[in-house]
Write a new protein. Structure first.
Length: 357
């Protein structure tokens, strides 16, 4: 048990520090998933652990609503054993169903949605059913064995190792608190804990793939590597004319909108960055302010701050790759402390404002 806990702790620390499992890929939220598991279980009722250890199987289906939060319907069962000291062990079949809340501790810390390893803290409530009891002393005494539903709740941890966007292998350790589920309470007067340890495979359906675009892919090559142009011919000498009225400074502003937790540049957002880069080239005295935001209704302040900063930084890197000097760019990140729009979804954005001096 101690060795397994240390293994999970090491995997969690490593996953929080390592880069994402595939830097060019990200998942969409919400999305559905299902999985199957198999392993062992034992009821911890004071009897010898090895004598009551049996096999167990599980199946589950659920939804991951954000990079941190998810829910699932989980079924676990097969055969279990209990023991009464001085009498021996007895077998029975069981099925446990719970509704579980899942919190991804890795994404909660690093703010990413494409981790190599995810570690979930799981809590759930449900019911437990037993049947097929073979405790012979009860039958020999002519007593009726009552098998019925009993409430249960669960605490556990689940570690997913993500091999692709759709497939992960996992290990889950859990404790289920069972109610008194048969007439043996007259002998064994305690609610029992059941320990389960299982390996499994999980299949996710995150929808259409999004890709993180590298800086060199963000803008066309002719923008990233400006072509030298010949010097213009000298302007012809003209007579002085009356001064025209001073024009208002030229400006351009572009608002880039993002999906939940996304910070990559793609589609229409790429075109908007391209327009800003072209405008800055045509106005060499202009400077630009890049402001990143996150919506306040989802995530946590810490996660939203990271996402907003990453959105703004990706735009800056794209403009740098296009040949815009860093001295002309100013980056600000407000997280969810400032909401520029009344519509929550629109606040997942970056606003680029460039002004000619």
């Amino acid at each position: 048990m101690k060795r397994t806990f240390l293994l999970l702790l090491a995997a969690f620390s490593l996953s929080a520090a390592l880069p994402a499992w595939a830097e060019k890929h990200t998942k969409n939220y919400p999305h559905a998933f299902f999985g199957v598991q198999g392993g062992g279980q034992a009821v911890l009722n004071g009897y010898n652990f090895g004598d009551v250890l049996t096999g167990t199987v599980s199946a589950y289906v659920g939804g991951q609503w954000t990079p941190v939060w998810g829910t699932r319907l989980h079924f676990n069962g097969y055969q279990s054993m209990e023991g009464i000291k001085g009498t021996g062990t007895y077998k029975f079949k069981y099925l446990t169903g719970t509704i579980d809340l899942m919190a991804n501790l890795v994404s909660a810390i690093n703010g990413r949605d494409n981790n190599t390893v995810d570690l979930y803290l799981i809590g759930g409530v449900g019911a437990n059913k037993v049947w097929g009891d073979n405790w012979k002393p009860y039958y020999a005494a002519g007593l009726d064995v009552k098998n019925h539903l009993a409430p249960t709740f669960k605490l556990g941890v689940l570690m997913d190792v993500n091999f692709t966007r759709n497939v992960a292998l996992n290990i889950e350790l859990g404790f289920n608190r069972h109610g008194r589920h048969d007439s043996h309470v007259s002998v064994n007067m305690s609610n029992d804990w059941q320990f389960t340890g299982q390996l499994g495979v999980k299949f996710s359906f995150p929808g259409k793939e999004k890709k993180t675009v590298k800086a060199a892919e963000i803008l066309p090559a002719e923008v990233i590597q400006p072509v030298e142009t010949p010097a213009p011919d000298p302007a012809p000498e003209v007579k002085a004319e009356p001064k025209a009225e001073k024009k208002a400074p030229a400006t351009i502003d572009q608002t880039l909108y993002y999906a939940l937790s996304a910070s990559t540049l793609e589609g229409e957002n790429l075109q908007k960055v391209y327009r800003v880069a072209e405008w800055l080239k045509a106005h060499p005295a202009a400077t630009a302010t890049i402001s990143g935001y996150s919506d306040k209704a989802t995530g946590t302040p810490a996660i939203n701050a990271r996402v907003a900063e990453q959105r703004a930084d990706n735009v800056k890197q794209a403009l740098l790759s296009a040949g815009i000097a860093e001295s002309r760019l100013s980056v600000k990140s407000y997280g969810d402390t400032v909401q520029p729009f009344s519509d929550n979804v629109q606040n997942r954005c970056v606003i680029v404002l460039a002004t000619e001096k």
